[in-house]
Design a protein around this ligand. Structure first.
Ligand code: 4NP
Length: 160
């Protein structure tokens, strides 16, 4: 069976991208499409390799009905051939991703918030240095964005 391979990317891989991975995985499972997807996340930095997601992200997600786990890892060249879609969270991530992207990369790089119908094409803000409101804002953005991403992929790859 052909699988669609999706990689979410942020800076630290402990707040935004593991949450995007967790919400997206939840939605994919809800639709009974788990066998059709490979889903992962990573960071552009090496700051939090091997770490669990930020406790504030995990707690906020649980309040919103989503449970997930992930071990931090850094983006590598191989990812540009192994994944179909790479989804950076903000402009800084995009710049870092483009810097290490091999010329013959097969993955499409698409900004996460291009899928947010409320604030199209702006950043998923980094919640790391902020308070609980920031984590809820990120959850809401990723809830909308992953919903629309999944709808697009289901249609594009004929999974419906
Ligand atoms: P993330 O948030 O990129 O959404 O995982 C951050 C986590 C850690 C740091 C920055 C952003 N940091 O500088 O350690």
């Amino acid at each position: 069976m052909a699988q669609v391979k999706v990689l979410f990317v942020c800076l630290g891989n402990i707040c935004r991208s593991p949450l995007a991975e967790g919400i997206f995985r939840f939605k994919v499972k809800e639709k009974g499409l788990s066998d059709h997807f490979i889903i992962d996340s990573c960071g552009t930095s090496d700051y939090h390799i091997g770490e669990n997601p930020d406790k504030r992200s995990l707690g906020n997600a649980r309040k919103n009905g989503v449970d997930y786990m992930h071990k931090g890892r850094q983006l590598k060249e191989k990812d540009f051939y192994e994944f179909d879609y790479i989804l950076p969270m903000d402009e800084l991530n995009i710049n870092d991703v483009q810097r290490i992207r091999p010329e013959d990369a097969t993955a499409k790089v698409l900004k996460m918030r291009a899928f947010d119908d409320q604030y199209e094409n702006s950043d998923v803000p980094d919640p790391y240095y902020g308070g609980e409101n920031g984590f809820q804002l990120v959850f809401d953005i990723l809830e909308r964005s992953t919903h629309n991403l999944l709808e697009d992929l289901v249609e594009k790859h004929d999974l419906g």
